[in-house]
Ligand binder design. Structure first.
Ligand code: SF4
Length: 688
């Protein structure tokens, strides 16, 4: 019996694995603080997803099988030669929130400290980069103030752009348990009547992108009613400007005055309020402003960092948080240190003994693949991600990867749309075979443990990265396992702590391999003085003057304007039983029974007007692509809006790649793409 962590969403549920035939049986871990034994449909079916079918078992170079030595020598030589000819910014790594923290750490160390470029970004850019930017702007660091226990102790949970019941089901179970135990009220803010919205006490079907307008209305009401917290505001700057901006807000929320009033009344009179936000907030060309509009309301009232209250970002991926901790985004350094701060760069360079430290931010995901398309990136290593399907304007991204001089893909299968374009495929150990740590949405660090041997020649990602680094001539990549990497990261975090950073797990820097093996889930920070807990109730923030920043924000429309030719707003998202591009969940028969093919939800009146019969096929097109999708006629989506899930790929449904429709418009601060507001045409599909 082995205790590990679910590899899907950012809830980070603990699981207990037991051998069962050639696979695993999986149960919820009753002792894990995130889930206390609960699992959702995806977690319950994990045992069905392990096995040899479709696995990449050996390295491949230009379509021919190879041994590891040859493949690693080849990758190192091509990266070294490219850097020599074109400079360090001609290469890039594209990583994934599926990677373990130790793997992530090695990739960042190699690129930022030794290659000398910060061109290392991650699919987490598509998930929560706007939250990171909003946190840094308000708090001075990317710190999640609260904990999951706040959901148990809240009297009001406001879910903004979050279909929690499907996308973070175990957290939803916690919220429902709180409702049963203490009468917690639930408000859902979402243009679509999702399953979560149907279960709410109040559903606010706001206009797409209207979150800033709504939270500015709330902030103005807080000020008008004299509900600002004067004592807490002594720890905050910018309140006057933010309130003035909110009071002048003209943006349309799309809500009736009655619904708007009910929400404002409920929020204002409830002290214990947690505002949970997710992709509906982050995946926007004004995502950072949306985050700050929410944070402003909590800062103005001092409802932050105390039991049952605070803003709370839930991450999509299992280790989006871990990636943030090691500097997995192109504008970060490890341990929440800043790439743009000379003291921070010097501290990291000294610790790593780095010969060539990156000195400026690198290319964020969308920019990175634009640079690939333009030939500025000539060597690219993609690890556990499928950008040919999931990035906006996915057709262009696929063409860019196909045209890149040298592409390496590390994955568990060679059959993804992206892997098929690679010059070199490296077989990676999968969940259940690899060992390391992940961090969930409430800063809890948990172990993922191996329960099965990797098949064939599959190896952990940290090992492949370290081997390439050594073959490129770099020292400092000679760990004997993930525990040694964890200790190094924990030691570096102690330096970060001394520089005033929040991410400090130096209390674990000296643990032995055996202690690492036994490590129980713990929440950071973890030092000799402090263990876990909440941040900011004491009014001390991570800014130079220790005061938080309220940021004046004004609502902006989505980047893609609706036109007579493109009159529908496309919202993309997930379904309950699939994960990302289905490379794992697609292997579980019971998960495929939920919703088995790509579809588009269309409002009843729109379907009638366009002659779209239920379950017929529709063509959805935008300036960047087209998809053929099964029509679900429903009043879950308002008129003029459609919804389509993003899971299907060129392999599973060649005409159903929804991210081909999404424009590459991004938030100016976070670089996160606007995945929920494409302007599209909808029409009955006519076979040609
Ligand atoms: Fe896994 Fe998320 Fe489900 Fe928990 S809620 S079992 S972490 S998918």
């Amino acid at each position: 019996m082995i205790r590990s962590t679910c590899p899907y969403c950012g809830v980070g549920c603990g699981v207990i694995l037991s051998p069962a035939g050639h696979g695993l049986s999986v149960k919820g871990d009753p002792d894990h603080p995130a889930n206390r034994g609960r699992l959702c449909s995806k977690g319950t079916a994990l045992g069905e997803t392990v096995g040899l079918s479709g696995r990449l078992l050996a390295p491949v170079i230009d379509g021919a099988g190879a041994d590891w030595d040859t493949a690693l020598d080849h990758v190192a030589a091509r990266f070294r030669d490219t850097i020599a000819a074109h400079g360090p910014d001609s290469v890039a790594f594209y990583l994934s929130g599926q990677m373990l923290t130790e793997d992530y750490y090695v990739a960042n160390k190699l690129m930022k400290g030794f290659i000398g470029s910060a061109n290392v970004d991650t699919n987490s850019r598509l998930c929560m980069a706007s939250t990171v930017a909003g946190h840094v702007r308000a708090f001075g660091a990317d710190t999640v103030p609260g904990t999951y226990e706040d959901l148990d102790e809240a009297d009001l949970v406001v879910l903004v752009g979050s279909n929690l019941a499907w996308c973070h089901p175990v957290l939803w179970q916690r919220v429902e348990a709180a409702r049963a135990a203490r009468g917690t009220r639930i408000v859902v803010i979402d243009p679509r009547r999702s399953v979560t919205a149907e279960a709410a006490d109040l559903h606010l079907a706001i206009a797409p992108g209207a979150d800033v307008a709504l939270f500015n209305r709330l902030l103005a009401a807080i000020a008008d009613r004299g509900l600002t917290n004067a004592a807490f505001l002594s720890h905050v700057t910018g309140a006057g400007d933010a309130i003035a901006s909110a009071s002048a807000e003209q943006g349309d929320t799309g809500l009736s005055p009655a619904d708007l009033g009910r929400f404002i009344d409920l929020w204002c009179r409830t002290e214990r309020v947690v505002t949970v936000f997710s992709q509906g907030v982050n995946q926007s060309s004004s995502g950072t402003d949306k985050v700050n509009a929410i944070l402003n309301c909590h800062l103005a009232t001092g409802r932050i960092g105390r039991p049952g209250m605070g803003p709370f970002s839930v991450t999509g991926q299992p280790n989006a948080m871990g990636g943030r901790e090691v500097g997995g985004l192109a504008n970060q350094l490890a341990c929440h240190l800043s790439l743009e701060n000379a003291d921070h760069r010097a501290a990291v360079a000294g610790f790593w003994n780095a010969p060539r430290m990156a000195e400026r931010p690198g290319l964020k995901a969308v920019e990175m693949f634009r640079a690939v398309a333009e030939g500025r990136i000539k060597a690219l290593w993609i690890i556990h991600s499928n950008p040919a399907v999931t990035l906006p304007e996915a057709d262009k991204v696929r063409a860019a990867i196909a045209g890149c001089d040298f592409v390496v893909v590390s994955d568990v299968t060679g059959a993804t749309d992206t892997a098929r374009l690679a010059h070199v495929l490296l077989p990676a150990a999968a969940w259940g075979e690899k060992s390391g740590t992940v961090t969930n949405s409430d800063r809890t660090i948990s172990r993922q443990r191996a329960a099965l041997p990797p098949p064939g020649q599959a190896r952990p990602d940290w090992w492949a990265l370290a081997q390439v680094a050594r073959r490129m001539g770099f020292a400092g990549f000679d760990w004997d396992g993930p525990a040694a990497i964890f200790r190094e990261h924990a030691s570096l975090s102690g330096i970060a702590g001394r520089l005033g950073r929040d991410f400090d797990i130096s209390g674990k820097a000296a643990i032995s391999d055996a202690e690492y093996d036994r490590m129980e889930p713990f929440r950071w920070p973890c030092t000799t003085d402090r263990q876990g807990g909440r941040f900011f109730a004491d009014g001390r923030f991570l800014t130079p003057d220790t005061r938080a920043r309220m940021v004046p924000v004004t609502a902006r429309a989505p980047a893609a304007a609706l036109t007579a030719d493109r009159p529908f707003r496309l919202n993309t998202g997930r379904i309950r039983d699939q994960w990302h591009t289905m490379t794992r969940t697609g292997r579980a028969p019971r998960l495929n029974r939920h919703l088995g093919e790509p579809f588009v939800e269309v409002n009843t009146a729109d379907a009638l007007k366009l002659g779209l019969a239920p379950f017929s096929l529709a063509e959805v097109s935008s300036d960047s692509g087209r998809a053929i999708l099964r029509v679900i006629v429903t009043d879950r989506v308002p008129g003029g809006q459609i919804f389509a899930p993003m899971h299907w790929t060129g392999e599973t449904a060649p005409t159903g790649r929804v991210d081909a429709l999404v424009p590459a418009a991004t938030d100016p601060l976070s670089g996160q793409p606007e995945s929920k507001a494409a302007a599209v045409t909808l029409a009955p599909w006519a076979a040609r």
